[in-house]
Write a protein that binds this ligand. Structure first.
Ligand code: LLP
Length: 386
């Protein structure tokens, strides 16, 4: 069974569970993004901070020149602290509080991605009080099916996110009369963990249609934001550690009908950080049931909630054993039956104390951790500092 390479000797003195980040892989992933976007000149990447806001991860991403996609005032503060320039920060979210909008205005961020007419009115009012003009992009529901998990698909109709296509005309009419907002772009995000490029093709085609509509109404926008959503290979983290950014960006380059001087923005989160992170835990007990064997870990859904919340698959490896493979249900210690990382998982024969790696945990792992059951938040260690 091909496993990832980890410095197990160094792990031995560490308290488990913990997150382990391969900083070299993160740098290589960022290099791939820079190489691919560099081919097109007008493509800009804003890393979706929601995927992982660990300060070291954020600063490495910022130092590579990417912008940040934030969904809260806290994320804007974290991004600024990590060194992302304010003029590369976009701010999305259906429920921006007044203080968060004011923070965005005071920091002079690049753009507010506006999700409703009600929000647009408030931004106009708050910017007016400061005698400012806020740069906004309208987040539109493109009605493109992302063919992904129901809990992470966002671009269809009757979703809490974005402005429905049918309502766009009315929003544009009212926006034209607002004194304190300036329309600089349109924004779409259709969902997350998308591995079928046809969803992105459909998005690009829909954006072209929306632009034609904007042209008819006399609106010209300088920026098109395609959101995030590029998926990763959870099944083969060892073979495919870097997502195919080449195919992804090529879809938009070949299909989008850009107007003179237009810039294209992207907000990838998962594809940037997922594969560089691993949740490392120890086996507490191997429990033999009547029909099943359970590996009980010291990590639980408090440390990686994706399997419990989205039935997500994460590859599980026993780093300490090369014995024959057996089938186990791999579970955590939390007092809830959903605290299961995988059922009938093929694992090299497990023993108390073995290191178990839960792979591809860099995105929506550490950032979604909780202290349920009064558990401690795990620490993070980095390949270049361990
Ligand atoms: N832009 C917007 C407006 C978003 O809502 C999201 C993710 C992204 C960008 C980044 O998407 P990504 O490139 O990471 O797919 N916790 C879930 C994923 C939630 C995604 C929410 N929005 C999970 O663990 O699968």
């Amino acid at each position: 069974m091909l496993k990832g390479t980890f410095p197990i000797e160094k792990f031995k003195s560490l308290e488990t569970p913990f997150y382990y980040y391969d900083m070299d892989l993160l740098q290589k992933t960022l290099d791939a993004i820079k190489d691919e976007t560099g081919k097109y000149g007008c493509f800009h990447v804003h890393y979706a901070v929601k995927a992982n806001a660990n300060p070291r991860i954020l600063s490495l991403i910022a130092s590579n020149g990417l912008g940040a996609d934030c969904v809260s005032g806290g994320e804007i503060q974290a991004a600024l602290k990590a060194g992302f320039p304010a003029d590369k920060i976009v701010f999305a979210g259906v429920g921006k509080a007044d203080w968060e909008i004011n923070l965005g205005l005071e920091e002079n961020i690049f753009c507010f991605n506006v999700e409703s007419l009600a929000e647009l009115r408030v931004i106009n009012e708050l910017a007016g009080r400061k005698n400012m003009k806020a740069d906004v992009a309208l987040r539109i529901n493109p009605e493109v099916d992302a063919h992904t998990h129901a809990k992470i698909t966002t671009g269809m109709k009757e979703n809490k996110f974005g402005i429905n296509l049918g309502l766009l005309g009315g929003v544009l009419d009212e926006l034209a009369g607002m004194q304190h907002v300036r329309l600089i772009g349109i924004h779409c995000h259709i969902g997350s963990q998308i591995t079928d490029m046809s969803a992105f093709r459909n998005l690009a085609i829909r954006i072209n249609e929306i632009q034609d509509e904007l042209d008819k109404r006399g609106f010209h926008v300088e920026n098109l934001n395609m959101g995030g959503g590029l998926g990763i290979d959870y099944y083969h983290p060892n073979h495919l550690p870097i997502p195919s950014f080449d195919n992804y960006f090529a879809v938009f380059s070949s299909l989008l009908k850009l107007r003179e001087g237009q810039q294209v923005h992207f907000e990838p989160g998962r594809s940037v950080v997922a594969q560089c992170g691993t949740l490392i835990s120890r086996v507490l007990y191997v429990k033999e049931g009547e029909v099943k064997k359970f590996v009980i870990l010291d990590a639980g859904f408090t440390d990686l909630i994706r399997p419990a919340m989205y039935d997500a698959y994460h590859r599980i490896e026993n780093l300490s054993s090369d014995e024959d493979v057996e089938l186990y249900d791999v579970v955590g210690p939390i007092c809830e039956s959903s605290d299961v990382f995988g059922k009938d998982v093929e694992l090299n024969k497990a023993h108390r104390g073995d290191f178990i790696a839960l792979r591809s945990a860099g995105a929506y792992g550490e950032i979604m951790a909780s202290q349920y059951n009064c558990r401690k938040l795990p620490k993070a260690y980095y390949s270049d500092q361990i």
